[in-house]
Write a protein that binds this ligand. Structure first.
Ligand code: ATP
Length: 305
């Protein structure tokens, strides 16, 4: 096998609460992560040129070592004790980008996870999911989850993952305005006094168990919303308009700015998407997607031993 294409799925946070701050500056969180169908395609190819190269069809995606996918390939080779100069091949990575960049949907982390999984197969390294997640954690806090996939509660800085049942398929319209948000900036501006919109994780998990979508909606919440909405007030307006147009629940994903408007049916999502596309500026990214449930592994911690 010389080439492999791996889907890199985006995520949303159905709940996100911050529970503490570590001495190293990282925030401790409890978040219900949910994979969505919207995905990038990451093509990995062994090439005769002995170097790693990254290309993408999206102008904002870095084409050098600043790309987290590039660093994922480096870290994997290093972990496997492989040195590119001693090999008779190089690695070409091509990212077909659909997940909004700097959108709070872990697009870069998903790309890194796809490279780790894809190269593991392409090079027949036979590394376990746990090993890949441990390598992933060196690249970013969301990478272990992107390897794990499906529906999971993430704790710690995001690396302690507990598999939970998936919700019934939920449809949503994603609206990403024409600016990105730096995750680091949002966390820097977060203060425990401003911890509004706290989620009720138990209510959401009960709702999932009993198939009660209304309880899932009622329990949703993201404590980073108040920070990002204060920094970018236009998001308030986007949320309000989506609710006015019939969204059953509206929530920002991660550190934003992507806003998710939920509906129970694909038809409603399609209508809402068309309304949003007509009314928001053409420079906004408006797409519809649904939740997916994948991943069979049990509970995994990517903490280094
Ligand atoms: P998160 O939800 O994990 O906070 P995000 O989805 O908000 O992340 P990304 O799309 O991953 O943000 O991009 C964050 C930054 O990382 C961008 O400024 C971008 O230049 C850089 N970057 C590096 N590698 C990638 C990649 N493969 N895809 C997208 N952005 C990347």
């Amino acid at each position: 096998m010389q080439q492999i294409t791996v889907p890199a799925y985006g995520k949303i946070n159905l709940t996100l609460d911050i529970t503490g701050k570590r001495e190293d500056g990282y925030h401790e969180l409890v978040t219900l992560m949910q994979q969505v169908e919207l995905h990038d395609d990451v093509r990995i190819r062994l090439s005769p040129k002995k170097r790693i190269s990254v290309l993408s069809d999206h102008e904002s995606v870095p084409r050098d070592a600043a790309n987290i996918a590039y660093r994922a390939a480096q870290e994997l080779l290093c972990f496997a004790g492989l040195d590119l100069t001693g090999l008779n091949y190089g690695i070409d990575i091509f990212i077909a980008k659909r997940i909004p960049v700097e959108g709070g949907m872990a697009g870069g982390s998903a790309n890194a996870a796809a490279v780790l999984k894809g190269l593991n197969r392409l090079l027949n390294l036979n590394l376990s999911t746990e090993e890949l997640m441990r390598i992933g954690l060196r690249l970013g806090a969301d990478v272990p989850y992107c390897i794990f996939g499906g529906t999971a509660v993430a704790r710690g800085i995001g690396e302690i993952l507990t598999r939970v049942p998936s919700p019934p398929t939920m449809w949503m319209v994603l609206v990403k305005p024409d600016f990105g948000v730096s995750t680091a900036l949002v966390y820097k501006n977060f203060s425990f006094h401003e911890r509004l919109c706290r989620p009720d994780l138990d209510l959401v998990l009960n709702g999932i168990e009993r198939g009660e979508i209304v309880d899932i909606y009622r329990g949703m919440g993201n404590v980073l919303e108040s920070v990002t909405l204060r920094l970018y007030p236009v998001l308030q307006d986007i949320k309000r308009r989506l609710a006015d147009w019939g969204a059953e629940a509206v929530l920002m994903s991660g550190s934003g700015p992507t806003v998710c408007a939920f509906t129970r049916s694909p038809e409603l999502a399609k209508d809402l998407c068309a309304t949003a596309q007509r009314n928001f500026p053409a420079s906004y990214r408006v797409v519809t997607t649904n939740t997916i449930s994948v991943g069979e592994e049990g509970n995994i911690s990517a903490r280094a031993e």
